[in-house]
Design a protein around this ligand. Structure first.
Ligand code: COA
Length: 158
């Protein structure tokens, strides 16, 4: 059984993230969406809220689990017997950071491979912070996020 971990802050989960998870769910036996506490990013939603939203959005995917984490990513992967870390590459601008992240993770855990997936074209330019900003200024973000996430942003008056 091949388990892949898809880590991120998911503040909040967007259709771009879901697109990657759907692709991964076809390729791997088990996919764990690992929601990082990421206190350094001062997230809008608590980690519990981010896990709850991701769970609702991805509820139809039987081989996908959602789990919070606040440890090293490679430790989380090893605790869950995952040999693959998945990341999305939206544009060339993502590459440098992702290259660094994959490099450090390989130094820390040489037996864990980082693999990259591309989201569908229409999600290549969105990010959680852009979605928050557009929603906060009254723009229509329905194309980029699940209705449950839209409702959560509304509750936060964003
Ligand atoms: N669709 C839409 N948006 C996407 C996306 C996609 N397919 N893929 C990435 N993004 C966006 C995210 O929404 C996020 O946007 P934001 O910055 O505007 O909020 C941005 O791209 C990148 O963030 P994210 O994917 O959440 O990753 P991150 O950089 O916040 O988190 C971790 C990276 C959590 C994987 C990393 O910090 C980590 O592993 N932390 C654990 C501690 C650790 O092991 N540290 C050492 C690792 S080097």
């Amino acid at each position: 059984m091949t388990t892949a971990v898809y880590p991120g802050t998911f503040d909040p989960i967007t259709n771009g993230h879901s697109d990657i998870v759907m692709r991964a769910a076809i390729l791997f036996d088990r996919v764990i969406v690992a929601v990082a506490a990421s206190p350094g990013k001062r997230p809008l939603f608590s980690v519990e809220q981010r896990v709850a939203l991701a769970s609702e959005v991805l509820a139809d995917l039987d081989n996908v689990e959602i789990s919070p984490f606040d440890t090293l990513l490679v430790d989380f992967a090893s605790q869950h017997d995952a040999k693959v870390i998945l990341r999305g590459l939206r544009a060339v601008s993502d590459f440098e950071y992702e290259f660094q992240l994959a490099g450090i993770n390989r130094r820390l855990a040489p037996d864990v491979e980082t693999l990259f997936l591309r989201p569908a074209e229409q999600y290549a330019y969105i990010s959680s912070s852009l979605v928050r900003e557009v929603a906060g200024l009254g723009g229509d973000v329905s194309e980029f996020i699940h209705p449950a996430v839209q409702a959560a942003l509304k509750r936060r008056k964003l």
